[in-house]
Design a protein around this ligand. Structure first.
Ligand code: AHR
Length: 516
């Protein structure tokens, strides 16, 4: 058994978490929209066709914002196809996922769904096949109160009040050759700037996200951010980051270490954004929008795994089945986001339902929770407050993470990976302190001594762990509760010290509250 000392000080703070850090993503992809959040005629569907078994799991999960409608899908999407009388909407071929898009669900239905789900909408405009004109028209349609052709069209469609969408993404993954009409950094920087200008001329209150690299393993990573931000710096508030971690190599220690590369990625993007600011002698800081992140590999490669022949409507693609070790790696990613709350002001788990998702639906049964549901629910529900700096003397290990790019094998060595990955969030008004702890040691318990001298006295409010002797254990339709949190019983408070023991390969949440 290893013993680790963890020190926290109430005044040593990274930042207060932004509300938008706890976001999700809904794309017109597979069964995410159709058969996921929207299924008219389903036993639990309301008059809008919104599935209430899904809505109640979304409420339990507790996210705050939702990005829509893509993803790769958006780069071929005509928003006009998805508004107006449903029976008149065209069915189109979606070249992103080789599927048919009925357009039965569009922007207005999405806004209604956001209300039912209690989520802020985050819209993505098409900067692939479309450009500034379609983008500014969508802003006018959504946000202008009335008295112009497009705002009056919205009212005629039945939505009298403006949607008031504040957060907008300028395209999606425009650096990726898989993207419909992908661009060079120069091309994208120009188009994003022009789109941003006219979108803000329509509604100056909106906030904009420019596309960063699709991943740290992209050959243009770094140069892309630098060039794009040189163009768009004055017009945007955020730059995006995307990361999907994998276990292609079947190397669990490396999978669990992979979120440390996410930390590096974040710090590198911050450095580039700040270098662009420095070149302009600007005090402005570009925020980070980590608007796609998850574990994803089983249904990612080869390309055939991602499409079904015959242009089907809502095919069951990208339905990754998550096991316990995926949930642990996922928990590490939550910790990375929390520990960079000073620069990450928005983030979206990709995705919400059926497609690489925490929530799965059935046509003939209730929606159920995948393993990753649990760390995400803990992150959303207990991650609000001031993230504290952490000092710990956790032992470390080395790993090599395999992250292929196209046909190229890429290996990323990782040194000094702490067995214990930690984040602590102090909600002073709520009187709670939450410790998120990932024990990455596969065989050893980790005894933790948490030192809290600068805080008022705490008692244990609740404590959970997610662990299982079988790292490959997963939830399924037949066994939806095979993996779920259990009580972490070994937590003892003695004065300003909290002692606990964390099981090998475990995700843990310890919630303390001020003693009465
Ligand atoms: O989330 C699945 C896909 O991953 C998105 O459509 C795309 O943006 C990314 O490559």
């Amino acid at each position: 058994m290893r013993e680790v000392t963890v020190q926290l000080h109430r005044d040593l703070t990274i930042a207060e978490t932004e509300r938008r850090l706890f976001g999700v993503f809904v794309e017109h992809l597979g069964r995410c929209v159709y058969g996921g959040i929207f299924e008219p005629g389903h036993l639990t569907a309301d008059a809008h066709g919104f599935r209430h078994d899904v809505l109640s799991l979304v409420h339990e999960l507790g996210p705050t914002v939702v990005r829509y409608p893509g993803g790769n899908f958006v780069s071929g999407y005509n928003w006009e196809d998805g508004v107006g009388p449903a029976e008149a909407r065209p069915q189109r071929l979606d070249l992103a996922w080789m599927s048919s898009e009925t357009n039965r669900f569009g922007t207005n239905e999405f806004i209604d769904w956001c209300q039912a789900a209690r989520l802020e909408p985050m819209l993505v405009v098409n900067l692939g096949t479309r450009g500034a004109d379609a983008a500014r028209n969508l802003v006018e349609y959504c946000n202008h109160p009335g008295g112009s052709a497009l705002s009056d069209l919205r009212r005629q469609h039945g939505w009298d009040e403006p949607h008031g969408v504040k957060l907008w993404c300028l395209g999606n993954e425009m650096d990726g050759p898989w993207q419909i009409e992908s661009k060079t950094a120069q091309e994208y920087g120009r188009i994003a700037t022009e789109a941003a200008k006219v979108m803000k001329w329509i509604d100056p209150s909106i906030e904009l996200v420019a596309c960063g690299s699709s991943g740290r393993n992209m050959p243009t990573f770094g140069r892309w951010e630098d060039t794009v931000l040189e163009h768009v710096f004055d017009h945007v508030e955020y730059v995006s980051l995307h990361t999907y971690v994998n276990n292609y190599a079947g190397d669990t220690p490396a999978l669990l270490a992979s979120s440390d590369l996410m930390d590096r990625f974040i710090e590198e993007v911050v450095a580039i954004a700040d270098a662009v600011a420095a070149r302009r002698r600007s005090a402005k800081r570009i925020w980070l929008s980590f608007d796609e992140w998850n574990v994803w590999y089983r249904t990612r490669r080869p390309q055939q795994a991602r499409v079904r022949p015959g242009w089907p409507v809502a095919p069951p693609i990208l339905e990754e089945v998550y096991n316990l070790e995926d949930a642990l790696a996922f928990g590490g990613m939550c910790i990375s986001l929390l520990n960079h709350a000073d620069r990450i002001k928005a983030a979206c788990l990709a995705q919400l339902v059926n497609v690489i998702a925490p929530i799965m639906t059935e046509t003939d049964g209730p929606a159920w929770r995948q393993t990753i549901f649990w760390p995400f629910a803990h992150f959303c529900n207990f991650g609000r407050g001031r993230v504290l700096e952490i000092q710990s003397d956790s032992p470390t290990y080395e790993a090599t993470y395999y992250d292929p790019r196209g046909t190229q094998d890429l290996y990323f060595p990782l040194a000094k990976v702490s067995y214990l990955k930690l984040a602590a969030v102090h909600d002073e008004p709520g009187g709670t302190l939450t410790l998120f702890a990932l024990n990455r040691h596969l065989t050893h318990d980790m005894r933790v001594a948490l030192k809290l001298e600068s805080f008022p006295r705490f008692v244990v409010d609740s404590a959970f762990q997610l662990c299982d002797p079988d790292l490959k254990a997963a939830n399924t339709k037949a066994q939806p509760e095979r993996v779920k949190p259990t009580a972490l019983t070994r937590v003892h408070v003695k004065g300003a010290r909290v002692d606990t023991t964390l099981a090998p390969a475990s995700w843990n949440v310890v919630r303390l509250k001020i003693a009465e």
